[in-house]
Design a protein around this ligand. Sequence first.
Ligand code: NAD
Length: 289
Amino acid sequence: MKIAFIGLGNMGGGMAANLVKAGHEVHAFDLSPDALTRAAENGCATYTSAREAVQGAEAVVSMLPNGKIVESVYTHDVIGQAPASALLLDCSTIDVDTARKVAQAAETAGYAMVDAPVSGGIAAANGGTLTFMVGGSDAAFARAEPILSAMGKAVIHAGASGAGQAAKICNNMILGATMIATCEAFALAEKLGLDLQTFYDISSKASGQSWSMTSYCPVPGVGPASPADNGYQGGFAAALMLKDLNLAIEAAASAGAKVPMGTRAGQLYEEFAAAGNGATDFSGIIKTL
Ligand code: NAD
């Protein structure tokens, strides 16, 4: 299949390479010359504009930094430029309202579009083991599924347009809040004289258990290997957690939902990132507690 790919950064670079490996003809565009050089090394054909890359495409995949950029790229360079038969898949993490607005504009112009944000970081993008949460019609999902499967281990239909973004930010709001709660509990346990491995052995089998504890323990040397064992490098950057929490807080304001824990988690990650820890793994927030 001829697939245009726009945004070949940390995540998109590996995703596009996996589409090539699956036998697709990938037409790549990124504003960064370095990203384009890497894409060419991975077997993509490269273009000097998004408009050129989408010519004749059967599908367009994007992996871009934020909603403003996604809206601008689709409005100016994809809609009306790609064939109307092309399926449009935006895999970026963006706000629900923009995702719905862009999909509506695409549908008005005759395209099928899905929002398909991912769970999993750069290693999962490179390894083809991402989880995709997809928002769009049943027909659009059926067309998107085989394309996304070439880049991930799970492709889940979350609901109508925008539902993929909604699932992603609700999930990451739980993650942000449970990580801080887990960090607090370990810090308190230590001050109360508990051995941290012993506390892990108890809480990981008791009602305090969560993914943040048993899959991504913020204490070095406790639980399975995690960024804590690597000086809180790699993994999921605090700045990206903050981005997702802010999207959840904005969505809550727009939908009239109360998210006091998500809001507090956002404030704490804001302070953590502002103190120069934006690139640190999000579990590194334990150092502030
Ligand atoms: P990145 O900054 O590494 O990549 C984004 C790429 O988009 C860059 O190469 C940039 O040059 C390009 N770009 C920006 N504006 C453009 C435009 N107008 N036209 C073409 N290219 C343009 O970011 P990333 O880490 O790859 O993240 C991409 C998306 O994936 C974000 O929405 C992020 O929230 C989401 N995400 C990231 C991770 C992660 O661990 N990095 C995990 C899950 C989801």
